[in-house]
Design a binder for this molecule. Structure first.
Ligand code: ARG
Length: 584
């Protein structure tokens, strides 16, 4: 549908005062309302007219132009709706989706045909295991990363590890005090224990705090022994993070922690001073800031009274470095909502430095996790690690799949059951996260997350395996030479006339638009909801239209739909990071 959306966009823009973008078009919830809708509420203010009146005017003007869209347009209340007649769309759509081998490349745009997008996500702190909370920026970031690349952006992904600060001074003190050999096999768990222990000791012995401060000062100066201890903490952590990332299918272009920018901090402070932006405040150096309404907000501290830099200093340096290196069109930080003020301050400093690209930076905030399960929710102060959640989910998935397999044997080959439980558990956890609005808190409810019938990862994975099994049966029946070989023929499209068939093609055709909206709003929930929709519409088609066993030609025509659905589901799920089991 993307090509039709572009026509609609062009025709609207030819009659509108201020041009709109693809993401300003909505997709009506009901097919009767058309394929695209342009809401006129926002224009009401500037035009000082009622939205329905505006919608009617716009529809009339588009009609008067007499272009392709003039046949599609109609105003309905405050909306300008466009309905593309099936004869214009079906053949083009199906042939687009079925082009190419395997999954094809439907909805993709040429690599590097769009701008550079620096995407920062995950960014955990070292010496602490990945917490369930980190699933949010990691899953969302990785999804946007994949979709961005698929849609032609030159994506640069960065993991901005928290690896600098006084707490790492504290850890180096712990190494020494507890006589731990940095050459020994230290695990993440050991680092966590050491940190807890040294902090407990620090409560009794105030000199430890002083030593930690000094250790960090020495670390910033490059003391080789302390640097080696710190490096050990970083290496141990990265190794464990990587195991988690691998399991999730996540890879970064750059793992550049805060420490990466350490040599750029002194020059940055000097420059800010030269520009006259730094003000002394109680011995510290700060940049005073106001918000977009000119109201004062807390200043951004750049250097503390003891001469140390802070988290924010490193963020300003990182932004400058990234722009110098990549000259991005957009830079997105996927970071918890509790850091809203922090990013306001960072972007504020960049603006005060007169950098026009400051406006290209955005913070995508996300909410917290809560647990429905009593056992988990009581462990508030403690960490609930991502691994624990995955294991818990995997146990439940294993039970469910065993029962299902007893009722209706799936026919797993040796080893496949275990592999499938991993994929289903991962899919369930990741989908539940992405399906919810990132900006809000999510509640982790295990029963809901793994429900094969709910709006879940397993539900979508199952729909995908069902498409495959239909294709497999078609192959066994000799209808197609191979299940990977459904061919497109224009004449067969004419046989698709039932409402469920037409609806399915149209929904499949919306795929590229939902990818674009996902990127526009930085919300994977957009794509997640769409894939649920596809599955439901496919379900209706499957109930109403027998695929195998009808006339040979009609069977071929319907197999095209099954294959098109398989491709969109597989591609969509793959972009979200949901693994695809062969059978389940
Ligand atoms: N390490 C930080 C934390 O765990 C998140 C870093 C976010 N990114 C940034 N550029 N500040 O809270």
């Amino acid at each position: 549908m993307e090509r039709f959306a572009k026509v609609v966009l062009e025709e609207l823009n030819s009659v509108l005062e201020t041009p709109i973008q693809l993401t300003d078009l909505e997709i009506p919830p009901e097919p009767e309302l058309g394929d695209f809708a342009f809401p006129c509420f926002r224009l009401a203010k500037t035009l000082k007219k009622a939205p329905p009146q505006i919608a009617q005017d716009i529809a009339n003007r588009v009609k008067a132009k007499g272009g392709q869209g003039s046949r599609w347009v109609q105003s309905v209340g405050p909306y300008v709706n466009f309905t593309v007649p099936p004869s214009d769309t079906l053949k083009a759509l199906l042939s687009d989706i079925l082009k190419g081998k395997d999954l094809g490349d439907y909805g993709s745009l040429k690599p590097d045909s769009r701008g550079t997008w620096v995407l920062e996500y995950s960014s955990p702190n070292v010496a602490k295991p990945l917490n369930i909370y980190h699933l949010r920026p990691t899953a969302l970031g990785a999804a946007l990363d994949r979709i961005g690349r698929y849609r032609g952006y030159r994506v640069i992904s960065i993991n901005h590890l928290g690896d600098w600060g006084k707490q790492y001074g504290m850890l180096t003190v712990a190494f020494r005090k507890f006589g731990i050999d940095p050459k020994s096999d230290v695990k993440m768990k050991d680092l966590v224990d050491m940190y807890v222990r040294i902090n407990a000791e620090a409560e009794k012995d105030p000199t430890i705090e002083e030593k930690a401060k000094q250790a960090f000062v020495d670390l910033e100066k490059g003391d080789p022994e302390i640097t080696a201890l710190w490096q050990k903490c970083v290496d141990v952590s990265i190794k464990e993070f990587e195991a988690n990332y691998k399991r999730m299918g996540v890879k970064f272009d750059h793992i550049w922690g805060e420490s990466y920018y350490k040599d750029q901090l002194a020059p940055l402070i000097a420059e800010l001073k030269k520009m006259g932006l730094l003000v002394e405040s109680e011995g510290a150096w700060v940049v005073p800031l106001t918000d977009e309404n000119g109201k004062e907000i807390p200043p951004c501290i750049i250097q503390k009274s003891d001469g140390a830099t802070i988290y924010a200093t490193r963020d300003v340096a990182a932004a400058l470095y990234r722009f110098k290196k990549f000259g991005f069109e957009r830079m997105t930080y996927i970071v918890g909502q509790e850091q809203k003020l922090h990013f306001k301050q960072i972007f504020g400093v960049l603006k005060k430095m007169g950098l026009s690209w400051a406006d290209r930076c955005e913070h995508v905030p996300f909410g917290l996790y809560r647990f429905k399960d009593a056992k988990m929710s009581t462990r508030k102060g403690n960490f609930v690690t991502l691994e624990e959640v995955l294991e818990l989910t995997k146990q439940r998935v294993t039970e469910l799949m065993k029962t299902r397999d007893q009722e209706r044997p799936v026919g797993f080959i040796p080893g496949q059951f275990e592999e499938t439980t991993e994929k289903v558990a991962m899919g369930a956890v990741v989908f539940a996260d992405l399906h919810s609005d990132p900006a809000r808190d999510v509640e982790f409810d295990l029963d809901r997350v793994v429900d094969f019938e709910g709006e879940t990862g397993p539900y979508l994975q199952y729909a995908h395996t069902r498409c495959k099994s239909i294709l497999r049966k078609a192959q066994e029946a000799g209808v197609v030479s191979s299940m990977n070989d459904v061919v497109f023929q224009e004449k067969w499209v004419d046989l698709l006339v039932k409402q469920e068939e037409l609806r399915l093609i149209k929904v499949l055709g919306q795929f590229p638009l939902h990818l674009e909206r996902t990127l526009g709003f930085s919300k994977a929930s957009q794509l997640a909801h769409y894939l649920i929709d596809v599955t439901k519409v496919f379900g209706a088609f499957y109930r109403e239209c027998q695929v195998l066993g009808d006339s040979a030609e009609l069977t071929q025509a319907r197999l095209m739909l099954v294959e098109a659905t398989r491709r969109v589901l597989a591609r969509g799920l793959g972009l979200l990071g949901i693994p695809l089991p062969e059978k389940m």
